[in-house]
Design a protein around this ligand. Sequence first.
Ligand SMILES: [Zn+2]
Length: 595
Amino acid sequence: MPPPSIPQMLDGTAATGALREPRLTPQETVNQFLEFVGAARTPEDTAALDLNRVAAAIWARTVPTSLSVSHANGRVSIYTRKPSVLKPDVGESQRNKRLAVAGRYIPSAAGSGGPRLPPRPTVTEQVGLLASVGISYAKFNRIRVFFGGALSPMASPQALRQARFALLKVPANDVPLFDTGAHLSHLCRAVEGRLSHLWSAGLFVERPSFDSEGVAIPQTRDYEVPSTGRPLYSDYCPPADMRDIHISVGLDRGGDPSSVKVVMGFMNQEHLNRLGNTLLMGVCPESKDKYPEVAAILAPHVAQFHQLSLTGDVVGPQRRAVRVFVNSDYPSVCNTAGHKGHSASLPCPMCLGTKSPSDAQWLLDALFGTMQDLSRTYPPRTVSHLREMRAAYESGEPPDGLRHATHLSIERPPVIIVPPTHIVPLPLPLLIGHTLRMLRIAIEAVKRGCGPSTGRQFAHSLAATLSVEFGVEPVPHHGGNFIGRHCHTIGARSHAIVRILQPLVPAHWATAYERGWALLRGVLETLNRAAVIPPAEQHRFKAEARAFASLIQESFPLVSISPKLHVLFSHSWEFMGRWGSTGLHGEQAIESWHG
Ligand SMILES: [Zn+2]
């Protein structure tokens, strides 16, 4: 029988009536017992229940009288059980520990009896945790069952699903369906929500720009919304001393089933490349990366980007300018800017360098310089030119009607106008592109030196080395290319490629090839690292990136300076110098959306 104080605390007569009921199953008895324990409000109430006797009765049946433990050195220790009773009067710290243990098993204890117990995480918080860690509800439920099922503080799958459904109903998460797929409709609110969360959690990281000496430029001015309704700065590039936030927008093709995802990244945080720290803006069915499709996919977001640039975003106590970076792969960057792409005679979306010298455009070659001439500097593209082109095309001007010297390979209306300095020279495509290039250079050299059949043979033995020795295979969702991790493996073990190549090519050629790999390894390591790169390393990076392109041009004259090599040679170190890093603004997070 419970002591008289407890039934008074319980809810009425049902419980006491139930106690008189003689035919309770053991489970029902236990449940009722737990109810009594849960109703206890003070240590005195708990002591009155004489729980020590209950515990002792259980332990006496389940714990062996002695335990033997074998140590590594062969010694065996035997521990013999000596039953003793817990002290009923204990200090505050020990009492809290006991209450915490009780709280784990008795649902009501945490809420009523233990004033110092931490509050249970809410179901919504658990939904957020699972989304950021990436655990499915089914797996979580297995863990939950292991830790006591309904008695644990973990939410049931049904409760998780309900909370998730409720979250999806929040206006900031509206996902309407258009012809092109599903899109997040209140981008501004979603951005605001993410950043205010980062700020209030103390996780907001400032991302300054750097001067030519590698010194961070202090941000001392707040952004002010212009009364004219037009952006204050015509180049869409907030001044370096203005407080800002950095967001990125990237398109990614891939996954299984294949789809195009529009992913937003937030650079003002430490672990920006984690999947849960990015925002999926839209998911669209597979596209061919053609301009009309990219334009249609981005169209639902264009007004919101404009709005963000115009109003800025209030983070903590200040209003900040919004700086948008584009970190898609090369075709998507070109399509976003209305640029013709790889085949254009001015193939770089960042500068006006021409692809290769030609009689037809000798004037452009002379004015801007060609990419093949590594001694040149190339004039950068400008936002004003992109705006002019947008206005021209919107007024009905056909691209054919414009002269080449006017459209400069911007042959469609730019979808989102982003300053060319905000186009990220993506580490991953550069890594994949240059690794593949080096492999092709080797095959090409053998073909030219020893004939096509030896070349084919070498290509097979190279594929076998990559597959068997390195354990790397091309994968379909990268268009038959190697994934980034495998490219790193190939770079790290390039000596094995040089080894099978050496008997087939002249010695000086093999030495140059080996040096090429060594330079590329160093360059890619710095290019990919998601951290602010110290100035000394940036200088080394610039020297090596340029040395790599020069080496390719001098030692392998049949290989031209491709747009990717040009980006490495001319723009990667510029971007790194201005923003401190390319890896931070890169696309690892986008890549992790490959599902
Ligand atoms: Zn360029």
